[in-house]
Design a protein around this ligand. Structure first.
Ligand code: BES
Ligand code: ZN
Length: 632
């Protein structure tokens, strides 16, 4: 029923709204409803999923079955509706216990480009059950399953074995498992995964670092998690320990470099427990993926998935690890109720990340990273319509993958920083610890967060900050006038040097970069004057070797500038950058800068056509969207 109300609202919205933007107010918007799932979760809820899947690299398919253990809430229930995308389903059976299963009729509903296809399973009239329902689905995934990337050996570090990985967030789990694909439902899961015998499978579950290679791997995830955190990878994967409870999985070719780069992981975990409360998940390991992994990291529980672009050789990009680890509290333990509340996952995590980075790497490093984040937020405000600049605007249509923007991350982080500043670190830390403890293994809406905050912090210290101020952050565009603005002394002086050198008041040899962090270099590059001559850009490149930087963030920043300024002598290296990295953040803005510079749109399209086969579908989609916007 809820679902059909959802459809009704959507239908009205689609008819009445123009194409301007998909975020306009939908009346009445229900913050507790997940508009991105077809599942009838008001009638029945899954509490466990059991998977048995065979990984077939030759057909690029997973083949096997999923058993859903469900609790019936509404006794009038006549069907179970699950989320799917491009799944080939051969048989469905239902029953109350394992030995009383019977075949059930099923049919697919209408396919939606973003949400996929609802699977309707009709419950037989003679089904005997009180409250438990077991649903078994025999199925096969599509070779283009949106969650799965099947890499040929050439796109791996070793070049000899294929590699498979999943990316379920936001709504891609349904493309490899038929289930209730909404963060508001939590499940435990088990899995048996059959692979070629020489490869290893790992999951967001209890990986045993000592598992022998056998081609059959068993997993158990005993803590209840939302579907977007179910994850699988298969490849020529090996393990190196980092600490007592921590380690890193990756291909042998990058194992030593990874163990070196992420050597602070155990320290981060120990500090995180001190700051945020107990770590509820057992081990914490990292999986370093091939370059096409579209994100910096993904917080799959017990096993964060990480881009190899962090392997800078100097630990300079490990704030991403702090971020994914921090999701073990904000996101994995306390989960956003719907994708519209994504700031509760990402903004809270960005704040916790900064707290962890402060303990381990010091305040100056956090200041630098916060300033860079703030600068990205300002750029984002320029590109995003006001309705989307609120932290918690209504979202009933659109693609939840697109909601992930700097706003959720950096505006969210600033709100939490503002709360810390307003109430003092001690009170705020106490609040956070009880927030995690009180909502452990639950989901939360922005509105419920506000109520909890009001009750436990705002109303206790009425003079510090009132509820309407927090509402401004949640529902209004831009930043409130009293938002905390990050500053960094080292970044300020680098910006000054960039300006003086651009203006010609100092020479290149007057700039000593010996003590600079990569973040300082990024800020220096971002502060160069708009009208720099080609000669000056070449001088900079020759002295600081920016086109050859092994640091992905420096390289990203530099090539955006190169593209904006049409500095053709560096285009060959720019193209090498686009082929070396696959993380969306590192390539999409470079394509955009080329496409928008007034001359190089065709060139950008050509470079993309040549590099495209190396990218993940999420990255390809993003670049296509970028190009489509430039075309408008
Ligand atoms: N959970 C996100 C990645 C994500 C967000 C995937 C939305 C799908 C939809 C992850 O924790 C993340 O935030 N990654 C960031 C790194 C971070 C340090 C900002 C990234 O990939 O850049
Ligand atoms: Zn995150």
């Amino acid at each position: 029923m809820l679902r059909s109300i959802g459809f009704f609202i959507l239908a009205i919205f689609l008819v009445s709204a123009c194409t301007k933007d998909s975020t306009e107010q939908v009346e009445p918007y229900d913050p507790a409803h997940d508009y991105f799932s077809f599942a009838n979760t008001d009638q029945i809820i899954t509490h466990r999923v059991e998977l048995d899947l065979t990984v077939d690299f030759s057909t690029k398919q997973l083949d096997g079955n999923a058993i859903l253990l469900m609790d019936i809430i509404d006794p009038r229930l006549s069907e179970v509706v699950l989320d799917t995308r491009q799944l080939d389903i051969s048989e469905v059976s239902v029953g109350d216990t394992i030995d009383r299963m019977q075949t059930a009729k099923f049919h697919f509903g209408e396919t939606d480009a973003v949400e996929g296809t609802p699977l309707h399973i009709t419950l037989p009239n003679d089904l005997v059950t009180e409250a438990d329902l077991r649903v078994k689905i025999e199925y096969r995934t599509h070779p283009e399953s949106s969650a799965l990337q099947w890499l040929p050996p050439e796109l791996t570090a070793g070049g000899k074995h294929p590699f498979l990985f999943s990316q379920s967030q936001a709504i891609h789990a349904r493309s490899w498992i038929p289930l209730q694909d909404t963060p508001s439902v939590r499940i435990t899961y088990s899995a048996t995964i059959h692979t070629p015998p020489e490869l290893l499978a790992v999951m967001s579950a209890n990986n045993d670092p000592l598992t022998p290679r056998s081609g059959e791997y068993k997993f158990e995830m005993p803590q209840p998690i939302p579907s977007y955190l179910i994850a699988l990878a298969v490849g020529n994967i090996y393990f190196a320990p980092l600490g007592e409870q921590t380690g890193v999985y990756t291909e042998p070719e990058v194992l030593d470099a990874s163990a070196f780069e992420f050597s602070s992981t155990q320290d981060m975990l120990d500090n995180a427990e001190e700051l945020f409360g107990p770590y509820e998940w057992g081990r914490y390991d990292l999986l370093i993926l091939p370059p096409s992994f579209p994100y910096g990291g993904m917080e799959n529980p017990r096993l964060s998935f990480i881009t190899p672009s962090l392997l800078a050789g100097d630990h300079s990009l490990v704030s991403v690890i702090a971020h994914e680890l921090a999701h073990s509290w904000s996101g994995n333990l306390v989960t956003n109720a719907t994708w519209r509340d994504g700031w509760l996952n990402e903004g809270m995590t960005s704040y916790l990340e900064s707290r962890l980075m402060e303990v381990i790497y010091g305040e100056a490093r956090v200041d630098e990273e916060s300033v860079l984040g703030y600068q990205e937020l300002l750029l984002n405000f320029d590109r995003v319509i006001p309705e989307r600049q609120a932290l918690a605007p209504p979202f009933a249509t659109g693609d939840p993958d697109d909601f992930q923007g700097t706003i959720h991350y950096h505006k969210g982080q600033l709100l939490l920083q503002h709360l810390e500043n307003s109430f003092g670190r001690e009170s705020f830390d106490k609040f956070l610890e009880s927030y995690f403890a009180d909502h452990a293994f639950q989901t939360i809406t922005s509105e419920a967060f506000l109520d909890y905050l009001d009750k436990n912090l705002l109303s206790q210290h009425e003079d510090n900050l009132d509820r309407s101020k927090v509402e401004e952050w949640l529902y209004q565009p831009g930043l409130p006038a009293d938002a905390p603005i990050p500053t960094s002394a080292t970044l300020d002086s680098a910006a000054e040097l960039a300006k003086s050198w651009s203006a010609g008041t100092i020479g290149i040899l007057d700039i000593s970069t010996d003590e600079w962090s990569p973040q300082t270099m990024v800020h220096f590059i971002n502060n160069l004057a708009d009208d720099l001559s080609t000669g000056k850009l070449a001088e900079l490149d020759a002295n600081f070797r920016l086109s050859d930087s092994g640091n992905a963030e420096i390289s990203r920043t530099w090539f955006i500038q190169i593209a904006e300024r049409k500095h053709r002598p560096a285009y060959e290296k720019l193209e090498a950058h686009l082929n070396r990295y696959g993380r969306t953040r590192l390539v999409d803005p470079v394509y955009r800068a080329l496409a928008e510079n007034g001359e190089d749109f065709e060139l950008a399209k050509g470079m993309f056509a040549a590099a495209r086969s190396k990218y993940h579908p999420i990255t390809i989609n993003k670049i296509n969207t970028t190009f489509a916007k430039v075309d408008e």
